[in-house]
Design a protein around this ligand. Sequence first.
Ligand code: FES
Ligand code: FES
Length: 162
Amino acid sequence: MKERTRLSISFELNGSPRRIEVEAHRTLLSVLRDDLGTVDVKEGCDEGVCGTCTVLLDGRAVSSCLVLAPRVHGARITTLLGLSPDGRPHPLKEMFVRHGAVQCGFCTPGMVLTAYAFVRSHPQTTRQELRKALAGNLCRCTGYAKLLDAVEAYVREVCSVR
Ligand code: FES
Ligand code: FES
């Protein structure tokens, strides 16, 4: 039987250094969930369509099911838990709760991380731009209006007073 190539990779996960051996074909999503127990990253379509598996790769929102694990060697990965290193809810998460933008919660980690990354680089953004920025994150529960309300409130009430 042909042996599969294994690689040793090191990266930062939510501020902590990680080193792990992986087969070259593994995705970041499967390594995070199955090897490192990072189950706040959710698995949906597993083919780049739903946005549920979004993480931040050096601050940029990516679908972790489309990233091969060796690609993150030397990189910084942030999941939803990494937005709250002190254990207190991040203000954007609080807005999701306040505006009723969470129902089953399955899409929430990806939705929050996508919105967070976008707002960081577009602090004066509009609802229309937010709608486009979140178009790759699917939600089966909320109907999207409440999600947009939550992110818009975060932009207005938190980002503009910094
Ligand atoms: S699970 Fe990655 S985009 Fe759907
Ligand atoms: S809250 Fe259920 S999928 Fe979005």
